[in-house]
Write a protein that binds this ligand. Sequence first.
Ligand SMILES: CC(=O)SCCNC(=O)CCNC(=O)[C@H](O)C(C)(C)COP(=O)(O)OP(=O)(O)OC[C@H]1O[C@@H](n2cnc3c(N)ncnc32)[C@H](O)[C@@H]1OP(=O)(O)O
Ligand SMILES: CC(C)C(=O)C(=O)O
Length: 569
Amino acid sequence: MTPTDVWNPQRPSGMPYHRYRPHHERVRVPVSERGWPAARIERAPLWVPVDLRDGNQALAEPMDPARKRRFFDLLVRVGYKEIEVGYPSASRTDFDFVRHLASADAGLPDDVTPVVFTAARPDLIERTFASIEGLPRAVVHLYVATSPVWREVVLGRDRDGVRRIVREAAELMARRAGDTPSVRFQFSPETFNLTEPDFVLELCDELTEFWDASPDRPVTHNLPATVEIATPNVYADQIEYIHRNLARRDSVILSVHPHNDRGTGVACAELAVLAGAQRVEGCLFGNGERTGNVDLVTLALNLYAQGVDPMVDLGDIDAVRETAEHCNRLPVHPRHPYAGDLVYTAFSGTHQDAISKGLAQHARTARESGVPEGEAPWAVPYLPIDPGDVGRSYEAVIRVNSQSGKGGVAYLLRTRAGLDLPERMRPDFARVVQEATDDSGAEATPKELEELFRATYLADGGVRPAVWSVHTDPSGAHRFVCTLDTGDRTADLEGTGSGPLTAFADALTGAGYTVEVLEVTDHPVDGGTAAYAECRVNGTAVWGAGVEASALAARVQAVVSAVNRAAAR
Ligand SMILES: CC(=O)SCCNC(=O)CCNC(=O)[C@H](O)C(C)(C)COP(=O)(O)OP(=O)(O)OC[C@H]1O[C@@H](n2cnc3c(N)ncnc32)[C@H](O)[C@@H]1OP(=O)(O)O
Ligand SMILES: CC(C)C(=O)C(=O)O
């Protein structure tokens, strides 16, 4: 046995992993300098949603015109300024949608530029230009796959052959656009991440030159991880290499288009921006081919959570999500970053404890510094952003089940039922909740928690002071006089003490209870007072509670509740 066998007992999987080649054997990235590891993202890149094209082409049921328009309006509302609106040569719906945007009554905002997508085929390019006639501005986006496997298997061309397709398409585009500045060009070497970097540079530089790009009319070179196959650092190296070596760099908008096959689309996009990308294409909530395009919502809110303006307004994330779900006919996962139903919810005890302490601290800090809670710096454990910032309420932040602890239970009782249990009482009620949720195996809603609290502490029990009064004599001593109903009989009792409760405890000795009041607190509630008392009853410490119209009645009731709970044990 080697030392490794001691701590790593894993054995060969038996799966045919040898069928796959690592990325570095397929593409060599000639990195000589690497700036991205130390870079920071200090401003948002230009986000370009491609939901209406790449997202749409991945749907079993592509969007109908009404859904397309609804999605487009959402994207405009959120604040996207360049939007890929379709593949007009591919379907009548897409063609008609672009024509619709070109019509006077479409209300295309002055600061929004539609992007239209085309393959490098003359008939498709012609149709694409026919679709944008009358649009005040547009980007025509040309794509051709460039990597060895796609060249050989799909296109049946070598590097020169692909260069010729690109060149001929570019010529036709330039002819159709004339020198109108309202049409700009975009090029995507599809499968960029699998392509030899020198070939990408060759194609991009040639187009920059041929289209005569300038800082006033830049060309967009968009470098897709069409199928994500390497770790994000590799993509970052690829992007940085192109960024450093592109010709006429100030006339090029360097864009990326990550997919998410390895589940690292977001990381690829972020590292690509560190590496020099200025524009990111993706889809809301990561819809798109296979495992999806990179998720633009996550990217924007990741920046937001770092104190960087995301330049899009996601303040009502549920409305954004509902529209995307409706248009795509696909649900967003409950655990989806920032937007899922459960992402601001804690079920587990220690998380709930930390969150409720954090929220209380946040409220205190805001109060003390005189700023609204929604403006105060955010530092609440387990919640990377304030749910309120994306339109989520705090109501669902803490939910109770059998894995919850006293902190979460107390938080819900306080915030949802107005009952602020003293710290030392919380474990007592948490045990009751634990038993109930262990039995049911289900979550306890705030309403159920309140009912459980009432059933545990406030229900009528064995003894009840039917009539009672407290008298204070001039020396300050208290006398408690009551008729105690014990269910099967009543007894007239009287006791004295330094306060009303000690006098009541003294009276209870007449009914056979030795009661010592150990701790009692109260606070106002709607229409009265809630009181909590810990009493030693016949030698056992027990908590009780009362909710009554007056503070004294609530305190007396809390002692009665403790006595009854002790008797029921
Ligand atoms: C990574 C991406 O997302 S790329 C975008 C993919 N999106 C779509 O395909 C959605 C819309 N597409 C369509 O509706 C259709 O594919 C159309 C209308 C564009 C073309 O349809 P068809 O003419 O029937 O061709 P088909 O769909 O079979 O595509 C295959 C052909 O396109 C060629 N092709 C693939 N990419 C390109 C390209 N970028 N430029 C030129 N030709 C291309 C293939 O080599 C193949 O040609 P071949 O038939 O000579 O072998
Ligand atoms: C062609 C580009 C933009 C694309 O959609 C991809 O590679 O996924």
